[in-house]
Design a binder for this molecule. Sequence first.
Ligand code: AMP
Ligand code: MG
Length: 472
Amino acid sequence: MSLSIPFANTYGTLPAQLFTRMKPTAVADPSLIAFNHDLAAELGIENTQDIAELSRVFGGNEVPQGADPLAQLYAAHQFGQWNPQLGDGRALMLGDVETTAGRFDIQLKGSGPTPYSRNGDGRAWLGPVLREYVMSEAMHALGIPTTRALAAVATGEQVFRETALPGAVITRVAASHIRVGTFQILVARRDLDGLQALNEHAVERHYPDCNNPLEFLQAVIHAQAKLVAKWMSIGFIHGVMNTDNCTVSGETIDYGPCAFMDEFHPMQVFSSIDRHGRYAYGNQPDIIVWNMAQLATSLVPLMPDADQAVKDFTAAVHAMPKLLHENWRNAFGAKLGMTSPSQEDDRLIQELLQLMADEKADFTNTFRALTDGTANPKLDKSDAFQSWTQRWRTRIEREEDPIAKMRAANPYIIPRNHQIEAMIQAAVQGDYDPFHRLNALLATPFAASSEALYLTHPPQDAERVEATFCGT
Ligand code: AMP
Ligand code: MG
């Protein structure tokens, strides 16, 4: 019995200017590194036992039955600069599937050049593929909306970056790959028919209760406010919040230069290309509002009265910072054991974050030590922290079961940069054990165990990763 994927392929019914139909470029020697059987089952994929077939399909050498592969067109503001022509330069959507949990895209990334490749080779190397696999699955286990990883395949080919590196293909699953930049390109090209069709598709797919573009905008704003507040609450820095890396579904997408913080610094930047810190940890709530303003602008042509639309959309975007702050307060309140944190609790949260920044305390371990009642090496010696602890204890006396709440909000482990780097180094040498171990442990990030203890250790000085790179 051969592999069966229940493709529905609705994106291919949209106007033809939104994509290019084409097949992936075959690779020399596809060999399966990982396949996510749990996710496959959720997607209704069957007959997944033939490793050689999985390698061929998810390496791009064989188009599975029912697929309608296409490269999607989009544009973007990258670091605030308008780039009128992007698109899937090294990705191809095999198609979308219909499940009881909704519709999902299945996309190969690293599958060869497309008309949107510009000067790129259409390929990915092993490092970013494994990084995205581990990071996106870890985010899912942490309860953060995200694209997921279905498969990773080594291509048996070399990819040339600064040096020759092993090539790989990742299969990404997303609620959709519709980006703010997908809307932007249609407006820039004055393609009202395309824009209308895309909007209808996005509404039907993600927010079927929305009756007009304003409600759609508000729904995306709500989803993104929730998402970015969740990122903040686990010390996640996306690193490249360009409008092509910003979904309308509210899922995290693009794991290029992202990173979790070890020591807390409110303006931490890891991405090597983010020279001015536009996408620093503390800037993320401002940037997402900026991105939503770009979406709002793109929706104006859909409205009968442009002046009224600008007024209404502006109000919706201006309401976002408050929404973000409420989501932020709820997320951090939960981390401190509070069920319904109020505005007064902001001070307690902010004071802790300030102390953590002053003492360069580890973000994840600080909250976990408060949860478990264990030592906080960097903070315990501080009188200000002792005084803060007193006030916090008093505050949560009136909570039902604060520790249980904290256990569910404060992960024991996260994918730390230095462990990700070590995993990639090992994989390049042919040792995939660290990759599989990371995946297994990060599937239950809230559970303490002796096996996972090494993932709680911040980097030694020599292990410290100062910069992360885009996955190109
Ligand atoms: P990213 O930085 O991953 O969001 O990519 C930005 C744009 O560059 C997207 O349109 C990608 O498809 C394209 N791109 C990135 N890497 C490559 C590559 N190796 N070959 C072709 N296009 C690429
Ligand atoms: Mg991207």
